[in-house]
Design a protein around this ligand. Structure first.
Ligand code: HEC
Ligand code: HEC
Length: 156
């Protein structure tokens, strides 16, 4: 008997849980009913500061601090390399792609940018002023090191 009650209670909890979850998915439409169109959010502005950004950890592909709208990267042309290639930087004053961009997967240096690094936007992205969709709890590596140093000091 008690078992049946426990089972029913568990079932009700599960079903209400599902209903609540459904409600929270529906709010992605800002509460607008399904048969109506919500006003679309404004397209976020791309940050175009021209100021190089801090890397959050040493291996991070640096963020692109300028607009890249309409920049072509395909078999015929690579707009990025028109400024970032070894030979272009004297005129563009852009930072050259680093030496890692010339290495093949066996760590051998090639004469030109390796195919693995040809499609720049696989790794490099510009930023926009959009609000975070979810809370971001990222902690910079320096903070982690400070924390580790702190706990070690406490150990002594
Ligand atoms: C017209 C020249 C030009 C073009 C085209 C261009 N860039 Fe840049 N880029 C620059 C300059 C100059 C800087 C230095 C900061 C600044 O002035 O914006 C820069 C900075 C960067 C940085 C920051 C580097 C760092 O160390 O922080 C990245 C990453 C970057 N560009 C990637 C790209 C990618 C990817 C493309 C193609 C989608 C591209 N750029 C196209 C000129 C250019
Ligand atoms: C597979 C990922 C990847 C691709 C693809 C890639 N990059 Fe990078 N890039 C990185 C990483 C990681 C770094 C930082 C470490 C390093 O230098 O390798 C970097 C560094 C850079 C820097 C800074 C160099 C410096 O010395 O400060 C520039 C500029 C850059 N990339 C431009 C480009 C351009 C232009 C392309 C396309 C031709 C490109 N990258 C393709 C991952 C990538």
């Amino acid at each position: 008997m008690t078992r049946t009650y426990v089972f029913i209670a568990a079932l009700i909890t599960a079903l209400t849980g599902a209903a609540i979850a459904q409600d929270s998915v529906a709010t992605l439409r800002s509460g607008v009913p399904l048969d109506q169109h919500p006003a679309p959010p404004q397209i976020a502005t791309v940050k175009d500061t021209d100021l190089r950004q801090v890397r959050n950890y040493p291996e991070q592909p640096p963020l692109i601090p300028h607009k890249i709208d309409g920049y072509q990267i395909d078999i015929n042309a690579n707009k990025c390399l028109q400024c970032h290639s070894r030979t272009a930087i004297e005129i563009s004053q852009a930072p050259m792609v680093s030496i890692t961009h010339f290495m093949n997967r066996d760590n051998q240096f090639l004469a030109s940018v390796t195919p693995r690094r040809y499609f720049c936007t696989q790794c490099h992205v510009p930023q926009s002023d959009a609000a975070d969709l979810v809370e971001n709890t990222f902690v910079d590596i320096d903070k982690v090191l400070e924390y580790v140093a702190g706990t070690k000091a406490e150990d002594h």
